[in-house]
Design a protein around this ligand. Structure first.
Ligand SMILES: Nc1ncnc2c1ncn2[C@@H]1O[C@H](COP(=O)(O)OP(=O)(O)OP(=O)(O)O)[C@@H](O)[C@H]1O
Length: 303
């Protein structure tokens, strides 16, 4: 079931269509990753969902209501990014106490346990935190709120690898204990694969794909081998990505799985067949029109 549905949703800023006629649904009780290149429209979309930004056109429904100025949406959701607006004089312990008033499901015990785990001082002023510490603190608040709709906009900005791994683990464990709808925007899909159930990929404000992580793992297949052998077979498939990897050798990524007879033929010809990670699929799908970075250096394409 879709807790959030948009139809032809648009947000324009002067000459930019940050979100462009986007029709998408986020499923209830699922952790969805919102993925997209820089400027794809992720933050704009998430802010519209949280009721923080006004749409320019189309329809958006969150818990059955237009989220802008909706008490139902603000009472049932939390939006976490790298800026948690707090009074300057608030210490960590003040924030934890204060949030109890705003979030009916606020889990102070979980917040305190996570604060201890991440070595955050209860008497510290969040305003003085380093970038990574601030993100960690905001992420803790986002988890402990146990809001039915929890939105994390690039929650791990500045966190070191170990803090990120701990956050993903905490997110998953807490979600299993308290299932709810979680949307998480990130550039680090390869780190998140095991946490996410669904992936929504947007590009230029539009929906590119909405798949489960499981099906995205089978979305494409990578082939490495002799260029002419490969082109004889791959011409009938949708090629997502191609690059030279040696003398007359290529790596080609095709959409969908190979037909059995093609697979047998390629294997006989010594072609290596490998899975393509969801993170790479997202990169290849959104690079389709621009080509890869190799094309920038391929002078013959620019003459
Ligand atoms: N307040 C604003 N005024 C003008 N343009 C804006 C504003 N907010 C966003 N944009 C533009 O809208 C587009 C989408 O921006 P948005 O921040 O939603 O992308 P994003 O996917 O979150 O990017 P990133 O991954 O870099 O954070 C960009 O071209 C951005 O410059």
């Amino acid at each position: 079931m879709g807790v959030i549905t948009s139809r032809q949703l648009t947000k324009s800023y002067r000459n930019t269509e940050a979100v462009n006629q986007l029709t998408v649904q986020f499923n209830e009780g699922v952790i969805t990753g919102l993925i997209g290149r820089n400027g794809a429209g992720k933050t704009t979309l998430l802010k519209m969902i949280a009721g923080l930004v006004k749409k320019s056109g189309g329809d958006l429904s969150v818990f059955g209501e237009d989220p802008l100025n909706s008490l139902k949406v603000s009472a049932n959701s939390i939006f976490v990014d790298d800026q948690l607006p707090l009074p300057l004089e608030f210490k960590v312990k003040d924030v934890l106490k204060e949030f109890e008033r705003f979030y009916p499901n606020w889990d102070i015990e979980l917040a305190e346990r996570l604060i201890r785990h991440f070595s955050i001082d209860l008497d510290a002023l969040p305003i003085n935190f380093s970038k990574g510490k601030r993100s960690t603190f905001n992420a803790i608040v986002g988890l402990a709120a146990h809001a039915p709709l929890t939105i994390f906009d690039e929650p791990t900005t500045g966190m070191d690898y170990s803090a990120r791994q701990d956050f993903y683990r905490a997110l998953l464990k807490d979600y299993l204990e308290h299932p709810r709808t979680i949307i998480l925007s990130s550039h680090l899909l390869n780190e998140l694969e095991d946490v996410l159930e669904d992936i929504v990929l947007i590009h230029d404000g539009q929906l590119y794909l909405h798949e489960t992580v499981t099906s995205l793992k089978e979305f494409a297949v990578g082939l490495t081998g002799d260029s002419s052998e490969l082109s004889s077979v791959t011409s009938k498939y949708e090629v997502l990505h191609k690059k030279d990897v040696g003398l007359n050798q290529q790596y080609v990524v095709i959409e969908t799985q190979l037909e059995e007879k093609d697979e047998e033929h390629l294997k006989k010809m010594g072609v290596q067949i490998t899975p393509v990670s969801p993170a790479d699929v997202c990169v290849y799908v959104t690079n389709r029109e621009n080509g890869g970075i190799d094309d920038v250096f391929n002078r013959s394409k620019h003459v």
